[in-house]
Design a protein around this ligand. Structure first.
Ligand code: GCU
Length: 660
């Protein structure tokens, strides 16, 4: 007996010791390889095979849905430990005073969803890491329905746990995703836990190096969508290039080839059936002469799509967009894009836009400027923006965050970029306002980068042949050195070297329909060079501003050119006489705008501009204390909604139909 007891106690001690050791490992740190494998096994226990997101349900806000927006419990998890052993996923809470807990949702942080976490808690302003979100909700299932958990976006990675089990994961901070939870939800109370990690690696899209604040969290709406077994998942309905037909496709789920799908456009007297083809889509084509959508007349039609017992509505504008010679043609007529660049930040005080009202204020400022075009930089904005632009009559450039130096050699990185582009196109393929898909911003030239972007251009055209492809080029060393050494610098030394030729040679210009150029004459070049050369920054700026009108921007192939960025910084309320050329004053910013607009009006290939930028935005790269304070000050409006002098310089020209 004694021996048995001894053996038992030794055994218990061994087990206890092992689990204690494991607990220590879990919470503290490194151990030999075999323990690491044990921990990986523990991880897998909690992370059963999470599925990738299912194909996106379009127009989620039109669907019957249960909103999960509101106050969620949350835990900041700086060392990403909550995943181990399913601690967080099961939202374990201590149930007795003897329980040893080191993770608990109760009594702690709460976060509003939708919303970035950075502006909700002082500990999270610059936080890069994991936050766990938790909420419970009651569910009453219905027979014969499918149920999807839908997220407008989560930045940057999200793992979704339902009732303790991993449902799936998504990466990419700005596009919607949904998971089929028809089987995972049960009647009564359900536990939803979401891990969001806003860290990006060098192989992500974007990388950690961005000139915008990395707002993390469940930044957009979360909802549960209810659809019948047979439902319409996706569609693309538009006007044929010759303007004589409404055409496209409708993709139902759950019905067989040959079954009927219906398209109704009541205002045009259209009620037609089309058969589902072997590719799972019903091709749609019907003669029609709808009123054309345009900025002057943003006409939208109610469209209804039906399959089986399902019917889903959309509001669609019918227009054509094309490039012909050096012109951008909207409904067959040349158009000039008088635009402005926009980051997705709330109009007052920063933080991600997460309501239609905030989006409406922001786009209202663009309209007040006299703009007919907005560049939604540098990532997909909330769906509010293109839908509002549809209604307000603003043309839209949307882009994915292939920004600066990306790991172009890495196939996984390319897959990430392709997935984000595909998700953006899938969400907005029916928005008349969207005319341009942008592949990249200021990516350094090189073979791998060219192959990477060519693949994205091919994908965009395959997914949506009805829109134009663009990208903001990097000026390229040849263009810049030619401009500097044969134009600007000799002028700084007192020689007459006009015109100053700026010859854009980026191979990207051949891949896109509309090449775009970011240039900062009057802001960066003079200032940077003044630190290297014997002349003062005042002299360098004076020569640049006086000579700017003699700049000739040339792009290859005679394509229409958009100058997608120019500008200057100014802190609202900072003033000095314009002649002092005092940077960060409103007068200097206004002077740069005047000189830029005078120069740009003379560029023969120019067909649009989107100056940088509508509003000051949070940017950790901008550390000039007392002036920037982690804000990029190139906005025409401050983060408190104050319009700077340059706002009126640009507005005066736009409402006078500049550059005509
Ligand atoms: C770059 C870049 C922007 C950045 C801007 C600036 O061209 O595209 O993301 O914010 O210039 O320097 O302010």
């Amino acid at each position: 007996m004694r021996r048995l007891w001894t053996a038992l106690s030794v055994g218990l001690f061994a087990v206890g010791g092992a689990s204690l050791a494991l607990t220590v490992y879990l919470w503290v740190g490194d151990w030999p390889q075999q323990s690491r494998e044990l921990v990986d096994h523990l991880r897998s226990v909690a992370r059963n095979t999470g599925a990738p997101p299912q194909p996106l349900l379009q127009n989620a806000r039109e669907r019957e849905r249960v909103s999960l927006d509101g106050t969620w419990q949350a835990v900041i998890d700086p060392y990403a430990r909550g995943e181990l052993g399913g601690l967080a996923a099961r939202a374990l809470e201590p149930t007795s005073p003897s329980d040893l807990a080191e993770f608990s949702f109760a009594n702690g942080l709460t976060l509003e969803v939708p919303g970035d976490w950075n502006t909700q808690d002082p500990r999270l302003v610059f936080y890069q890491g994991v936050v766990w979100y938790k909420r419970l909700y009651d569910w009453q299932p219905r027979v014969g329905e499918r149920v999807f958990l839908h997220f407008g976006a989560a930045n940057y990675r999200a793992s979704i746990y339902l009732n303790g089990l991993l449902v799936g994961e998504h990466e990419g901070g700005f596009t919607p995703f949904n998971f089929d939870v028809s089987e995972g939800l049960h009647a009564g109370e359900n536990l939803l836990v979401v891990m969001v990690d806003n860290r990006r690696g060098a192989d992500d899209v974007p990388t950690p190096m961005t000139d915008w604040h990395n707002y993390g969290g469940l930044t957009r709406e979360v909802s549960v969508l209810r659809v019948p077994e047979v439902f319409v998942r996706s569609w693309q309905i538009g006007l044929s290039a010759d303007g004589s037909r409404i055409e496209g496709w409708v993709e139902p789920v759950g019905i067989e080839v040959g079954a009927a799908v219906e398209l109704a456009v009541p205002e045009l007297g259209i009620e037609e059936s089309f058969a589902v083809g072997t590719d799972g889509r019903a091709v749609v084509s019907v003669e029609a002469l709808p009123e054309r959508w345009s900025p002057e007349n943003p006409k939208l039609y109610d469209v209804e799509l039906r399959a089986g017992g399902d019917r889903v509505r959309d509001r669609i504008g019918f227009r054509t967009i094309a490039v012909e010679g050096g012109e951008i043609l909207l409904n067959g007529e040349p158009i000039f894009l008088r635009g402005i660049s926009i980051h997705e930040e709330r109009p007052l005080g920063g933080g991600r836009i997460h309501s239609e009202a905030q989006a409406a204020t922001t786009l209202g400022w663009a309209q007040e400027l006299g703009a007919n075009f907005v560049r939604l930089a540098h990532y997909p904005h909330d769906e509010f923006m293109p839908r509002l632009a549809d209604r307000m009559g603003l043309l839209v450039w949307e882009e994915i965050p292939v920004y600066w130096q990306i790991d172009f050699e890495n196939p996984t990185t390319r897959l990430r970029a392709e997935r984000q582009l595909g998700e953006l196109i899938e969400r907005d393929r029916n928005r008349a306002s969207v005319i341009l898909w942008s592949l990249a911003n200021e990516t350094p030239e090189g073979e791998a980068r060219d192959a990477f972007l060519q693949a994205l251009a091919d994908l965009a055209r395959a997914e949506d042949p009805t829109r134009l492809v663009t990208a903001a080029l990097l000026t390229g060393t040849d263009a810049l050195t030619g401009f500097l050494f044969w134009g600007y610098l000799p002028a700084v030394a007192g020689m007459d070297t006009t015109p100053w030729v700026f010859d854009v040679q980026d191979p990207l210009a051949e891949m896109v329909d509309v090449p775009a150029l970011n240039e900062y004459f009057g802001w960066y070049y003079s200032g940077a060079l003044a630190m290297l050369l014997p002349w003062s920054s005042h002299h360098m700026r004076r020569v640049m501003l006086d000579g700017m009108e003699s700049i000739e921007i040339r792009t290859p192939l005679g394509k229409p050119l958009i100058v997608s960025e120019f500008g200057a910084g100014a802190k609202a309320g900072m003033h000095a006489p314009a002649g002092e050329l005092a940077v960060y004053t409103e007068e200097y910013q206004a002077l740069v705008y005047e000189r830029q607009l005078a120069m740009l009006a003379k560029q023969p290939q120019l067909r649009g501009i989107s100056p940088w930028i509508l509003k000051d935005f949070r940017a950790p790269l901008r550390m000039y204390q007392g002036v920037q304070d982690y804000w990029n000050r190139k906005g025409l409006v401050s983060e408190r909604g104050e319009k700077k002098l340059a706002f009126h310089v640009l507005r005066d020209r736009y409402i006078a139909d500049w550059p005509h």
